[in-house]
Design a binder for this molecule. Structure first.
Ligand code: C5P
Length: 235
């Protein structure tokens, strides 16, 4: 299975669809997030999905369980392969998300998307933890939230390159680990502070690699995706 999901971080639905078409066969899927969704809505998501690639719908739900359950029904109607919730919403919220997704998928006759939990955003550094009421280290908090997420029955965790080994140990082989912050040696790091090469990430236990600008900002996006895929196959 091709582990590369290309993050299409744009508000331009035509550009996203164009990229998705060019990347077909070279990536395992594409990721659309809040930036795209707020600008283009479900219709925009359907338009990009028409390129035929599996979809990671990264909407990071975080609300009371009833609201997340309702939102999840709408997300499942777009037939994503994966979607996200914030583990900080708690076990009950995550259980409601998994259950609602299962019911909606069964009704629609589609496969239930994998529900992934986001633990601590990588934009939050250790210095900020006390201000948001978190004691202990950042890794402690990531592990605590990952354990709550696993207990709630989610299928995977979105985690930084820093955390992947530790979470693989903690969660075991059945948990899908989805990793952004991936940079091939030849690509710019941009604003990512902790990066890992694609093959290294897979070696440390990553299942899915979320890669944006190394592909989307390349002069030849399909060529960049092919180069990453070749590196993975050679590893
Ligand atoms: O362009 P780049 O490869 O940095 O894009 C990474 C993608 O992964 C972006 O869509 C970004 O929002 C997302 N992401 C991240 N770090 C996280 C969670 C998601 O970079 N902790």
């Amino acid at each position: 299975m091709n582990p590369i999901y290309c993050a299409l971080d744009t508000t331009d639905a035509d550009a996203a669809l164009g990229l998705a078409r060019r990347l077909a066969g070279l990536v395992g899927g594409v990721k659309l997030g809040l930036e795209f969704f707020v600008a283009n809505g479900p219709a925009g998501v359907r338009a990009v999905a028409a390129a035929g690639l599996p979809l990671f719908l990264d909407l990071k739900f975080h609300d009371i369980p009833n609201t997340v359950a309702g939102a999840m029904k709408g997300a499942v109607a777009l037939a994503p392969a994966m979607t996200t919730v914030h583990a900080g919403g708690g076990g009950e919220m995550m259980r409601a998300a998994v259950q609602s997704a299962g019911e909606a998928a069964a009704r629609a006759g589609v496969r239930r998307p994998d529900i992934l939990a986001v633990t601590v955003l990588t934009s939050i550094g250790p210095a900020e933890l006390p201000a948001i009421g978190v004691g202990g280290t950042l890794l402690d908090q990531v592990k605590r939230l990952a354990a709550v997420a696993q207990e709630a029955g989610v299928d995977g965790i979105v985690c930084s390159p820093h955390e992947v080994e530790e979470l693989r140990r903690l969660c075991g082989p059945g948990m899908k680990l989805v990793i952004p912050g991936i940079r091939p040696a030849w690509a710019a790091t941009n604003d990512q502070k902790r990066v890992l090469g694609p093959a290294e990430a897979v070696a440390k236990g990553a299942d899915i690699l979320v890669i944006g600008r190394p592909i989307t900002a390349a002069g030849d996006p399909a060529g960049a995706a092919r180069r990453i895929l070749d590196e993975l196959e050679a590893a």
